[in-house]
Design a protein around this ligand. Sequence first.
Ligand code: T5A
Length: 208
Amino acid sequence: MAGLFITFEGGEGCGKSTQIARLRGRLEAGGHSVLQTREPGGTELGESIRQLLQHDSAGHGMVPEAELLLFAAARAQHVHETIAPALADGSIVLCDRFMDSTTIYQGVARAVDPRQVDAINHFAVGATRPDLTILIDLPAEMGLIRIRQRGAGQLDRMEQEAIEFYQAVRQGYLDLAAREPKRFVILDGSQEVETLENQIGALVEARL
Ligand code: T5A
């Protein structure tokens, strides 16, 4: 039995991790088998690549092309080792970011040729595509305030760009969601945590 593949997307601090944890709790309480995972990461190799991309000093000065390929390498491993087997077992996979993050962060905000980004995304994931993508939309400024409050001054490499970068990310996601309305649902990330949780719970129940 094929499972259900749900991805969460949005800018920094939009509330993905918070909502994924709550949705997982709800689904498991309802007797579902759930895999919660994230990108970059989700495998030992992917977590090492995450360290390089976000925290390691070797990543300073990384060119956009190298960044794109590292995200894609982590994703290829993630799909083959973790996501595809879980879906084949009939699990619900909740993934914090997936290929749309590359489309937007590298293809829009970093302005890498979108055709190259699409080709590399396709190479990395093959036929493993999300059934549903929840875009938590939030003004970039609000998300950055949240992560600064949470992180006590500790920002990783991807959190240190100019505000225009995150504004481009936000608009890029809204444009992408408009191009793929069957797969995307856009939710207002400025709502209360519990309100969002109930909205997400209802729309996932409807898909099951
Ligand atoms: N990236 C990633 C690429 O460039 N290309 C790619 O292909 C991929 C996969 C990943 C970075 O890498 C980039 C994108 C990112 O820059 P990350 O550390 O995984 O970095 O960061 P994010 O995915 O951005 O995750 P964050 O943890 O920063 O944000 P979340 O998960 O969206 O937000 P969350 O739930 O942790 O909440 C942030 C704070 O806000 C509060 C929470 O309590 C927390 O303190 N909060 C709320 N406050 C008020 N109201 C609400 N509704 C709230 N919801 C949460």
